[in-house]
Design a protein around this ligand. Structure first.
Ligand code: KMH
Ligand code: ZN
Length: 312
């Protein structure tokens, strides 16, 4: 059960690479919108901001550090939140392209996807006839044949490169096997406690968004890692709020954001990332839980600190 004396860390994943602009007018893609929504999400209670970049003109995902450079300094200046840069990128990027921004900006955290898998969202947008941008429809359809590459060698390389900069990891685990992959790296000494595990539920290709699976993931992580890990969960689409509430009840932390779901409740698009942060915050506080500040998140996760990054 939730230990009410522990603070819950809210991560907000602001834009991601799955959703496309036609699917929601709230999905930010210009540098100004990404910065605005990230800052608002932090003000609403997110201690960690998980960030991707998008082409400012078309909204297509990009790994170009020059695009990240157009919003990172503003977020860094305006908030205390921990900035966590994706290394998952998008289905169209090579492993090198996915790593470029993290290597350049040396953030406090970066994501690290813990196994190769199918990762598909080809069913999305099936009812849409008119797309805002020409790339969107095919991008979504192509995900049916996408293999999300994260080999052992790829993962080891991220550890080797980023650990030199003191960057720590959001270990994204989409299935139980990914916990065992992480255990392999723990045994090799590439990752040190307290390590952050982000369990991902409900991606087509990963573990389903069922309460039983949340329990199974938690129990397995406890068995493999004991007190050495800090747990968080996200769930895709309509499962977002119920599953992360369950995870919080089990002592976990939570992730929200338009990367994971475009909705605020069944059938209603979220107006912003901050709205989702506000909602989960209210739910958790109503249950008697307390939300971690960025400073508390840094302490819980043993991060290097806000000044040790190269965003300028
Ligand atoms: N959209 C998440 C399920 C990453 O950025 O490294 C996957 C993700 C990947 O967050
Ligand atoms: Zn992401």
């Amino acid at each position: 059960m939730a230990d009410l004396s522990k603070k819950v860390i809210i991560t907000c994943a602001v834009t991601g690479a799955i959703h496309t602009p036609t699917l929601s007018p709230a999905l930010p893609y210009t540098p100004a919108d990404i910065a605005r929504q990230a800052i608002d999400a932090a003000e609403a209670g997110a201690a960690i901001l998980h960030l991707h970049a998008r082409d400012p003109e078309t909204g297509a995902p990009t790994g170009d550090p020059e695009v990240f450079a157009r919003f990172l300094p503003a977020i860094h200046e305006a908030t205390d939140a921990v900035i966590n840069l994706t290394t998952g990128g998008s289905p169209e990027m090579t492993v090198e392209q996915r790593l470029a921004a993290a290597l350049r900006f040396k953030p406090e955290m970066c994501s690290l996807n813990m196994g190769s898998m199918n990762f598909s969202f080809h069913g999305m947008g099936s009812r849409i006839d008119t797309w805002k941008f020409p790339w969107e429809r095919q991008y979504i359809l192509d995900s049916e044949s996408f293999i999300f590459r994260n080999t052992f060698k790829d993962v080891a390389r991220v550890y080797e490169l980023m650990s030199d900069y003191g960057t720590r990891y959001e270990h994204e685990c989409y299935d139980i096997g990914h916990l065992y992959n992480l255990a392999y790296f723990v045994d090799r000494g590439l990752v040190k406690p307290p390590f952050f595990i982000q369990s991902v539920f409900g991606i087509l290709g990963g573990i389903g968004a069922d309460p039983d699976n949340v329990m199974f993931m938690r129990r397995t992580a406890d068995r493999l890692f004991g007190g050495d890990y800090v747990w968080s969960a996200l769930a895709a689409g309509r499962h977002q709020m119920p599953l992360i509430t369950q995870a919080a009840m089990l002592g976990g932390n939570v992730r929200v954001g338009l990367e994971d779901s475009l909705f605020i409740q069944r059938g209603e698009l979220a107006a912003s990332n901050a709205q989702q942060v506000g909602k989960i915050r209210r739910i958790l506080e109503d249950l008697g839980m307390k939300i971690a500040t960025p400073a508390e998140a840094r302490e819980i996760l043993a991060l290097k600190g806000k000044t040790h990054v190269e965003f300028a």
